[in-house]
Design a protein around this ligand. Structure first.
Ligand SMILES: Cc1ncsc1CCOP(=O)(O)O
Ligand SMILES: C=C1C=NC(C(F)(F)F)=NC1=N
Length: 220
């Protein structure tokens, strides 16, 4: 996938695991896709998360939905699972394997996403061959237990101005009311978990977010 195609897919990047949903994760993703998400990450983490065969089974079902919809299916952290289910990509955080080692394992065909909290981490990720960056947490979030303190949109502006040219999304506490600030600061899109996964109507939530991002991009 070209960098520009990937940039397009970063507009509304939904992330979810079974822990983030009250309903059946397969149904939540089906609705989110109907609402217009442009990329999906399977992030099975935290208390009560699925392991082993149950995790593999769910990953396969979610991957099939993404394939049918033509959107990238990214796996968080679990490189073996990503390779096993032939995911389109892997996303790693700063505490995980260093990006350059992950790249050695997955090769150049898989998408490699890397989390960055500040300019220094973004710089290192760019040097180590990341295909996109996830910057955050931008706003306070209750979804990731060990999240660092919310940085605000300044770090997105800083990294955008550094001009690495990598597609990037903001993440952390993003909702319909603040999505425009993420785009206005220079991100190519927004990444959300609870704004969609906790919604009574994931399709409507995704659709509203997608419209908000589209309008913010047009205003840039
Ligand atoms: C995975 C992750 N990384 C930084 S914040 C976060 C959680 C984002 O969840 P939400 O969109 O519900 O705030
Ligand atoms: C911790 C994370 C930070 N950013 C992203 C993404 F939005 F995909 F870039 N995913 C994560 N799991």
């Amino acid at each position: 996938m070209t960098r520009e195609a990937l940039r397009e897919h970063m507009q509304l990047y939904f992330i979810m695991g079974s822990v983030n949903c009250k309903e059946d994760p397969v149904e939540v993703l089906r609705k989110a896709i109907a609402g217009g998400i442009t990329c999906f990450q399977y992030r099975e983490k935290g208390k009560g998360s699925l392991q082993g065969h149950a995790r593999y089974e769910l990953a396969q079902k979610l991957r099939q939905l993404c394939m049918d919809a033509g959107i990238p299916f990214i796996v968080n952290d679990d490189i073996n699972l990503a390779i096993e289910v032939q995911a389109d990509g892997i996303h790693v955080g700063q505490e995980d394997e260093p990006a350059f080692r992950v790249r050695e394992r997955i090769g150049s065909s898989m998408i490699l996403g890397v989390s960055a909290y500040n300019l220094e981490e973004a710089e290192r990720a760019a040097q180590e061959g990341a295909d996109y960056l996830g910057i955050g947490p931008i706003y306070p979030t209750g979804t990731k237990e060990d999240a660092k303190s919310a940085s605000g949109t300044g770090v997105i502006r800083l990294i955008h101005q550094a001009g690495y040219g990598l597609p990037m999304v903001g993440i952390g506490g993003i909702h319909l009311s603040n999505a425009w600030e993420i785009i206005q600061a220079g991100a190519d899109g927004v990444s959300v978990i609870s704004a969609i996964s906790h919604s009574a109507d994931p399709q409507a939530a995704a659709s509203a977010l997608y419209t908000a991002v589209q309008e913010s991009c047009a205003a840039q």
